[in-house]
Ligand binder design. Structure first.
Ligand SMILES: Cc1cc2nc3c(=O)[nH]c(=O)nc-3n(C[C@H](O)[C@H](O)[C@H](O)COP(=O)(O)OP(=O)(O)OC[C@H]3O[C@@H](n4cnc5c(N)ncnc54)[C@H](O)[C@@H]3O)c2cc1C
Ligand code: FES
Length: 339
């Protein structure tokens, strides 16, 4: 059995058990969120031993070279000594400059960083609180366009980080950013290629950055943004995106809500629309053929997985489908009557 040595503790892993699961079983408060290889909050560093196979997927080459790995994906076959990734200069210090409501359950967090935080429009970063609590959020701002790093955070019931941001975080509070990472970002390239961007909830955050990046780059092909929400209250940045649709003939902005009535209050604006019904049914009907399109998908994990499959079947090349699922911490198992 492999033994993991961490901060003076030794944990023997069960057969096939991940490093993260072993540490948590032993009562060690190891940082984590998704437990599935998506968020990078469980990042750690190998001090002695081999980097477990498959545990560096999605990490930057420089991070791999430093022996960094994801504990939730690591199933070592031999003994391993590991340490937290700090003190490697991976994080950029930051300060909160603004916390503002964008909708009933979405908060906009703006940060200024101590050093440039290099990223592409649409990538995500891991936000680290001063006590080490870490969660990943997509960056909604664009380097060179926006003065601050901007994140859109949905308030989750009993959420450790989102609750803190929505209720307790103050202007001036210190945090840190790690990253960037993720595959849902714009790379200037074929300006005539049509772009389809679909996001649910705060999945709008990276898509906002991508739209601004593409328009700034002089994209000439169609840019279709579809934002999905449960009901009307879930839409935000409506004025900003409607204005973009007025200014750019190749940009169309559609909102799709599962429940509700057509919005009589919607300002009449060319190339904007509001639909009621299921988002996936709407986009399947509206975009039957995606041959030649580049597709960006962000937000609810199940929808992202389903739409990724659909986009491929509808003709988009797999290299042209970019997706980041906002996988959250698994809900605790329900307590049984005997437990
Ligand atoms: C690549 C990536 C990008 C992300 N980008 C964003 C983003 O831009 N904006 C954003 O708001 N979030 C984003 N997330 C999700 C984010 O990282 C956190 O998981 C989320 O904010 C919840 O963290 P928390 O600490 O508030 O809740 P936690 O303390 O982690 O969770 C508390 C409890 O709430 C449950 N829970 C957590 N999230 C949800 C949910 N969405 N719905 C229902 N129950 C939930 C958990 O199962 C848990 O039981 C992203 C995730 C990934 C992997
Ligand atoms: S990547 Fe390991 S907990 Fe999310």
């Amino acid at each position: 059995m492999a033994v993991v040595h961490h901060e003076g503790r030794s944990v023997e892993l069960a057969s096939g058990e991940s490093v993260l699961d072993g540490l948590l079983r032993a009562g060690i408060d190891a940082p984590h969120s998704c437990r599935a290889g998506h968020c990078q909050t469980c990042l750690a560093r190998v001090v002695r031993g081999d980097v477990p196979v498959g545990s560096q997927e999605g990490l930057k080459p420089t991070w791999r070279a430093l022996g960094l790995f994801l504990t939730c994906r690591a199933r070592p076959t031999g003994d391993l000594e590991m340490a937290a990734p700090d003190a490697l200069g991976l994080e950029v210090g930051a300060r909160i400059v603004d916390v503002a409501r964008l909708s009933h359950d979405v908060v906009r967090l703006r940060l200024t960083t101590d050093a440039p935080f290099e990223h592409c429009g649409g990538q995500f970063a891991t936000l680290v609180r001063s006590d080490g609590l870490a969660r990943s959020y997509s960056v909604a701002s664009l380097p060179g366009r926006d003065e601050f790093i901007e994140m859109h955070v949905r308030l989750v019931t009993n959420g450790a980080m989102s609750g803190w941001i929505a209720r307790d975080a103050c202007v001036g509070d210190r945090v840190a950013l790690r990253g960037p990472a993720g595959e849902c970002f714009h790379v200037p390239g074929r300006r005539e290629q049509p772009l389809l961007l679909i996001g649910t909830g705060t999945g709008l955050a990276p898509l906002r950055a991508i739209v601004h990046d593409a328009l700034r780059d002089g994209h000439t092909g169609r840019i279709q943004l579809v934002h999905g929400a449960l009901d009307e209250r879930g839409f935000y940045l409506v004025d900003e995106l409607s204005a973009l649709a007025r200014e750019h003939a190749n940009f169309e902005y559609a909102r799709c809500m599962l429940r509700g009535e057509h919005l009589s209050t919607t300002p009449a604006s060319p190339r904007t629309s509001v639909h009621v019904g299921a988002l996936d049914a709407r986009v399947r009907a509206a975009f039957p053929n995606l041959k030649g399109w580049r597709v960006f998908l962000c937000g609810h994990p199940e929808l992202v997985v389903a739409l990724r499959k659909w986009a491929f079947i509808a003709g988009a090349a797999s290299k042209d489908i970019h997706a980041d699922a906002f996988v959250t911490k698994p809900a605790p198992l329900p307590r049984t009557a005997t437990s």
